[in-house]
Design a protein around this ligand. Structure first.
Ligand code: SF4
Length: 246
């Protein structure tokens, strides 16, 4: 019988504790204790690092890209360019069901008065549905990003049946920059225009020098993340920390 998910995550953390990000990624994609794995990517400012690692190890890995239908055109163009350049062969664009959009946001203005509901409709629920067939998903979360992530492990339990894998848990911003430069990876075009963190067009603005990189996300509101996560397979609201899945 398969050990329970908490035991498996603990064993994987022990096994790969001293390994580098690429090795963790490689093992995660091949270790039978992990199971079916997808990479979830926003094709944002730093996403190309994980996408590049996946392309080297297993370019046929499913890559889930949530298109909220509110993204910058630059993101859509970048997604196509990066997927082609890296030779990723199974990029799946995830969107909300049209019937749900018609029902809950028929004129596309929900983000103006209820950003949590809009993020749930356009991001979180479609992503959860897309992830339902997977045993684990790879995220770009890192320890330095928030106090709540200070002890982030490579493998963590998300639901009773699914793990999150964080190969970059120990990386800093400089490591990401260095990796992108060393590997000559294409940058999201909005980074050069003052967007170090890129989400939906209506909810993302450029940041000024010295500001937090995520200060341009939902500027002027208390909201600092999508606001809803999955715990125990159920959607729950969380307190805002500057968090992002990918
Ligand atoms: S970031 Fe803004 S537009 Fe995008 S899903 Fe959330 S509230 Fe809606």
């Amino acid at each position: 019988m398969q050990p329970d998910i908490a035991q498996r995550a603990a064993a994987l953390n022990d096994r790969y504790r001293h390994h580098a990000a690429v090795t963790v990624m490689e093992k995660a994609l091949k270790d039978p204790e992990v199971g079916n794995v997808a990479l979830v990517s926003s094709f944002g400012a730093e996403s190309v690092v994980l996408l590049h690692m996946v392309s080297l190890i297993s370019p046929g890995t499913p890559v889930l890209f949530v298109d909220t239908l509110m993204l910058f055109q630059e993101t859509l163009d970048y997604q196509r360019e990066v997927s082609r350049t890296l030779g990723l062969t199974d990029v799946r664009t995830i969107t909300a069901e049209q019937a749900m959009l018609d029902l809950e946001d028929p004129d596309g203005t929900l983000h103006q008065f209820n950003t949590d509901a809009c993020c749930a409709l356009r991001k979180t629920v479609p992503l959860e549905q897309a992830l339902s067939g997977f045993d684990a998903w790879i995220t770009g979360r890192k320890r330095y990003q928030a106090a709540t992530r200070a002890t982030l492990d490579f493998f963590e339990v998300e639901t009773p049946t699914r793990m999150k894998i964080n190969p970059l848990a120990h990386w800093g911003r400089e490591d990401l920059e260095e990796y992108m430069v060393q590997n000559r990876l294409p940058r999201h075009p909005l980074v050069a225009k003052g967007y170090p963190s890129i989400g939906c067009a209506p909810c993302t603005s450029p940041v000024k020098p010295g500001e937090d990189p995520r200060a341009g996300r939902w500027r002027g509101s208390q909201k600092t993340e999508c606001g809803i996560h999955f715990i125990g397979g159920k959607i729950v609201r969380t307190n805002g920390n500057k968090e992002n899945a990918a």
